[in-house]
Every structure is written in C-alpha cells, then in structure tokens.
Write a protein that binds this ligand. Structure first.
Ligand code: ZN
Length: 256
C-alpha cells in the first residue's frame, strides 16, 4: 500500500533531532510521498535542503497567513524567482485565517491574492489554509481561476466543499477527523465522492485522537486512512488507492 501525506511540515524545527527516524517510520507505514508546504520566505532554503535529502519529499513554496508578521511585500517577487528556479510541486501554504486575532485581514488578502495570481501564471496547484474564511477563499479562487489545488484541513460545510470541487479543488483531511465530536467532518467524509479527498497529517501539528497533545508524525497517516475507511465502510486498500491517485494527479507525483 502506497500513501501520500499531502500536507506535512517535516522541515519544522520539531523534527531537527530525529528527522531521519521520522521518515523511516513514515516509510514503514506506507507513506511514500510527502508534500511539504512552506510557512515563510526565511524557511524556504531549509525546506529545499530537507526535500533534497531523501526521495519522495516535495516542496511547496509560499507564505502562510498565520506567519503574516514575517511577510514583506518583496517576498512575492522573491517567491516568483523561487518558482521559476525550483519548479516546486505547488504554491503554499497560503490562504486566509480570520480565526486568529491580530492577523490583519487586508494584509492577508494582499499576500493570498499575490499567490493565487502566481499559481494562475505558472499553472501550479495551490495548498490553501482557510479558517473562518472558506467563502472568501472560494470567491477569490473563482475570480482568479482557472486554478486547482487543495483546501487543507477543510472545516467548512458540505455545500462549500461542493463549490470547491466544482472549481477544481480537493479537500485535505487529517487528525481532526479522528475526534468523535467532529460530526460534520465525519459525515462529510463518509458521504463525499472519494475522487476529491486527500489524506494529510499536518505534522507536527494536528495530532490525531490517539496521540492527543503530542507531536504529530507522518506515520500517523495510517490512522487517518483507517478512520476514513471505517467511516465509509470501505477497506483501507480502496481508500489508499484512490487518495494516492488523487494526490498523484494534483501534484504530478511519479511512483517511487
Ligand atoms: Zn500546514
């Protein structure tokens, strides 16, 4: 069984002490590819280095909305240079976060829109973070598109999910699914067309219910897979086959 962790921050400092072991455990759990989205311009060189250190690690370069304080307008032309030079797998992590206070919405919009435009220009998939902002994300994708990508750690309604699918976007789901109280998400994953689903861990963040409060790891993708299979009444193999095909299609990954 081959799995793709469509969203993992393996370059994060939290993995500096044991990154090789984390990768080996992920591999043993069937995780053959990981897409690593960036958070700030300052993080791009390390991300590039980590991705070059082992097969199956794919960088996305971008400016994460939660790190707004570190972004500067000149980071957008710098991102364009990195895209041209590095031909990354995707652009991201970008988006809008209206949940966290002290993140100026107008500055967020400036950087998000800049990255939407770059994705359109270079025809690259987008990795989008949308918290309390799904409607505006949909609206901006519609206005800037055609675009394709994934809204990761999706937390919207079934209707919002449908609008995203119609615009060429998938949804990424991970740890939050494993919490029994996540009724809306669990119902969505049980009923949605599997062709729009990507599995993700968002490690080291968003630990599943079994490792609550601990550092998350890409090997936990196996737990996400089991949860999706259980909720849909399908075998893990069926879910793995389809979601891996989805990730390959979106990110242009070749089998390892
Ligand atoms: Zn993330």
């Amino acid at each position: 069984m081959q799995l793709v962790d469509s969203h993992c921050h393996l370059d994060a400092d939290a993995f500096d002490i044991d990154r090789k072991a984390v990768l080996a455990r992920a591999h043993a759990a069937g995780v053959r590819h990981q897409v690593l989205p960036a958070v700030t311009a300052a993080s791009w060189p390390k991300l590039q280095h980590v991705c070059a250190s082992a097969p199956g690690l794919h960088p996305a370069y971008g400016l994460h909305p939660m790190f707004l304080a570190e972004h500067r307008p000149e980071h957008l032309p710098l991102l364009q240079e990195w895209i041209e030079r590095e031909s990354p797998t995707a652009i991201g992590e970008c988006g809008l976060d209206f949940f966290v206070e002290d993140l100026d919405p107008e500055r967020q919009r400036f950087f998000f829109q800049g990255q939407l435009t770059l994705a359109r220009t270079y025809q690259l998939p987008l990795i989008v973070h949308a918290r309390r902002a799904v409607d505006e994300v949909i609206q901006r994708i519609r206005q800037t598109g055609p675009l394709r990508g994934v809204v990761h750690s999706f937390s919207g309604s079934p209707e919002q999910a449908r609008q995203l699918w119609n615009l060429g976007f998938m949804i990424g789901l991970g740890g939050p699914l494993t919490y029994p109280r996540a009724n809306r998400l669990r119902t969505l994953v049980a009923q949605m067309p599997l062709e729009y689903l990507l599995l993700e861990t968002d490690a080291p963040d968003q630990p599943d219910a079994g490792i609550r409060g601990q550092r998350n790891e890409p090997e936990r993708l196996a737990v996400i897979l089991e949860t999706v299979a259980e909720l849909r009444g399908q075998t893990p193999e069926e879910i793995a086959t389809q979601t891996t095909a989805n990730a390959r299609r979106l990110f242009g990954l070749t089998p390892l």
